[in-house]
Design a protein around this ligand. Structure first.
Ligand code: PLP
Length: 372
């Protein structure tokens, strides 16, 4: 999709906020622990390359992405730090991963056997680094039998072009008040680690929520995702023990302002009807930008005033009710701070009955990212 640079709708990414959030976590790292910035999905919509460069300046130790294309994008941009791909990559791509010095997640023994049988790894290059993913309860990917994990470790150890660099897991409920399931997952992971025939360099299990609320977890990497972007991973279920600053603001401008009279209707379906003389502003953002249709009835900020989104959100535009006349060109804040009032991604997510992650990742590439 072409980016609409000549429209006033912009996602502004504050690099200082990203650095602040990383620093907050760095202060809490224990001796031997490293911080990997999770910048999959274009850094949760913030722009992977810019976020990677910002995180580099702040001294992170590595990056996590979801797939090989995201990792190659970073290498092509000159990022040299370790990059761990968290998802399952086809074993046919193992040579490509080795070529780019990427670290792959291995979720079963068949994957390793395929790589060994096809024998495509380059003997002139450093061995391919792999981390074994342990399924301790997410039931998404990974080993769930200790014997299978042990066999795979032995297999890797016997293969000259593979390096057993890590073992890791991911928790399903680290952001919840009830820790029963979380504790079970920790116990299972601890058991797997104990039974691993050798201890790899990295043993890790901490996403943002784990790092924030379960400091004593057995991890030597913190995989910091949503916390890096300044949002509470739990929404508003658990309170943050320290400050995070949301890095992204979404702003636009009024492109059209008109007065409606009693009974005038707004947008598709004519679902909104003016109950008095009202000033209505039109915004150049709609559901094709990731500004969800279900945001009808939600609010934006104009001059520090919360203004309701009225009528159905269209593909490229939506309408708001203004407290008085404002001229076209007036700034409108859809996400961020305006005169002391704030709307953050968790507020939007709450209205949409989803999570901030989906709101951020959903902001389409039609909206330019600007870095300040
Ligand atoms: C395996 C893994 N680790 C770490 C993260 C980062 O999680 P968060 O954004 O909650 O910090 C994710 C994100 O989904 C993940 O899948």
């Amino acid at each position: 999709m072409v980016t609409s640079w000549n429209r006033p709708t912009t996602l502004i990414v504050n690099k200082k906020a990203i650095q602040f959030n990383i620093a907050q976590e760095q202060k809490r790292l224990k001796s031997g622990q490293e911080l990997f910035a999770v910048i999959k999905a274009d850094a949760y919509g913030h722009g992977a390359i810019e976020v990677a460069k910002t995180a580099l300046l702040q001294g992170v130790n590595g990056f996590c992405v979801s797939n090989i294309d995201e990792a190659v994008e970073l290498r092509e941009a000159g990022i040299l730090l370790p990059i761990l791909i968290l998802g399952v990559v086809s074993p046919t791509l193992a040579p490509l991963a080795q070529q780019y010095d990427l670290t792959l997640t291995v979720a079963n023994e068949e994957w390793l056997r395929y790589v060994a049988t096809n024998n495509d790894l380059d003997t002139q290059k450093a061995p391919l680094k792999v981390h074994l993913k342990i399924d301790t309860g997410m039931h998404r990917i990974g080993f769930n039998k200790i014997d299978d994990m042990v066999k795979s470790v032995q297999f890797i150890q016997s293969h000259p072009l593979l390096t057993y660099e890590g073992i890791f897991t991911h928790f399903a409920t680290a952001d919840e008040e009830d820790t029963t399931y979380f504790d079970e997952q920790v116990a299972t992971f601890t058991e797997f680690v104990k039974k691993s025939p050798v201890k790899p360099k990295y043993i890790h299990c901490a996403n943002s929520a784990t790092a924030i609320w379960h400091e004593d977890c057995p991890t030597n990497i913190v995989r910091l995702g949503i916390g890096l972007y300044g949002l509470n991973p739990s929404g508003d279920v658990l309170s943050l023990p320290y400050e995070l600053k949301p890095a992204a603001s979404l702003t636009t401008e009024l492109v059209f302002v008109k007065q409606l009279h009693v009974g005038d209707k707004v947008s598709y379906g004519a679902t909104y009807q003016a109950s008095e003389d009202e000033w209505i502003g039109t915004l150049p953002i709609g559901y094709a930008d990731g500004w969800n249709r279900k945001l009808q009835g939600f609010k934006v900020l104009v001059d520090g005033n919360y203004c309701e989104i009225i009528g159905r959100v269209c593909m490229d535009q939506c309408m708001i009710r203004l407290p008085k006349y404002y001229s076209p060109g007036t700034t409108v804040t859809l996400m961020g701070e305006d005169n002391g009032q704030v709307i953050d991604a968790n507020d939007i997510a709450h209205y949409l009955e989803t999570i901030s992650y989906e709101v951020l990742c959903g902001i389409s590439t039609r909206i330019p990212r600007k870095y300040v």
